[in-house]
Design a protein. Structure first.
Ligand code: SAM
Length: 318
């Protein structure tokens, strides 16, 4: 059916994210020794502005996530919604920043691929086994559950099944919780994404939600971005919610979150440690600065918090 085709195109977007991240790391934008196990070849060259965009995206997300984990002294859990082939679990393990449990959700077919890779590659499976205390590690074709890391196949549009599965795998509603969605909500209707945002606010008394996606999409440049994705059968059902930084914040504030902030990625780029930015700007020559600025102005990071435990997480910023 049409909706199966659309879902298949959405699932394929995780390969885009992975190959772009793989290419940028191969150029030295940032280090990720685990990416190679999910994307075997470096693939074709990506334009410098794309690489810089991914650099800002990864640094921005990591900065906020790490700040949350430090504030909670690792006494927290993370739920990565639409995680794709993300490697954050392994980075956190390596940096001694593992939360009590790290959950990932994606469509069952994406999850099956990820688990297949984990099973075959010792550098991926070893850290999972090392952080597991008993012999009860669950590792079958469609789910993985260990003490510290859990991958669940589920459709994010079906909240009750999602909630049920997370609880089955020991989600703890009392723990400070980080929810991540990186280029995910834009593929769902605004009502599906507000259901998730609302469910998250109801489920945890102390939590932070970080959402990365397109913004300012009503101008000419935004229209061209939408057309490019549609050409690949990819339905940006949620693009309505991406009109402005205000609308990004608004959907959290009206769904039970106490505090919300949003920045476009050009602003994020200018706030990143400037020494490191100078380093990556030397990696590849970029003639057309204007193109980078335009591109970065059409993506944003929005984060929302609620803090019953008064941990100070609403002060986390870039
Ligand atoms: N967050 C990862 C990253 O940034 O590297 C992957 C991003 S990729 C663009 C979007 C991911 O969201 C895909 O892996 C896709 O399968 C997943 N996704 C989109 N809609 C979903 C849904 N309704 N249920 C579960 N996963 C979904």
């Amino acid at each position: 059916t049409d909706s199966d085709t659309a879902d298949e195109a959405v699932r394929a977007t995780c390969d885009d994210a992975t190959t772009c991240k793989r290419f940028a790391t191969s150029k030295g934008y940032w280090k990720d020794p685990y990416m190679q196990y999910f994307a075997r070849s470096v693939g074709e060259r990506k334009a410098p502005e794309i690489n810089r965009g991914y650099y800002a995206r990864v640094q921005g997300m990591n900065h906020l996530l790490d700040a949350f984990i430090r504030k909670t002294e690792c006494d927290c859990q993370v739920i990565n919604l639409g995680a794709g082939l993300d490697t954050t679990f392994w980075r956190l393990k390596e940096e001694n920043l593992l939360p009590r449990k790290f959950f990932e959700i994606d469509f069952p077919t994406v999850v099956a691929r990820k688990i297949h890779n984990i099973k075959k590659k010792p550098p991926l499976s070893k850290p999972i086994i090392e952080t597991h205390s008993t012999d009860s590690l669950l590792l079958d074709a469609h789910s993985l559950d260990s003490d510290r890391y859990c991958i669940i196949g589920a459709d994010l549009r079906d909240i009750s099944t999602l909630d049920q599965k997370l609880k089955k795998f020991q989600l703890n509603q009392e723990l400070p919780t980080m929810l991540l969605s990186e280029c995910v909500l834009v593929y769902m209707t605004p009502s599906h994404s507000s259901n998730i945002i609302h469910w998250a606010a109801e489920s945890f008394h102390t939590a932070m939600f970080i959402n990365y996606e397109q913004v300012n999409m009503s101008d000419r440049f935004g229209q061209v971005m939408i057309e490019n994705l549609q050409r690949r059968q990819c339905n940006l059902a949620g693009v309505e919610a991406c009109q402005s930084l205000e609308s990004q914040k608004e959907r959290f504030l009206k769904s039970g979150w106490e505090h919300a902030d949003a920045l476009d990625m050009m602003t994020v780029y200018s706030m990143l440690p400037q020494e490191d930015v100078a380093r990556i700007e030397r990696l590849e020559f970029l003639d057309e600065k204007e193109l980078l600025h335009q591109l970065l102005q059409h993506y944003s990071i929005c984060w929302a918090t609620k803090d019953k435990l008064n941990l100070g997480i609403s002060y986390i910023t870039l």
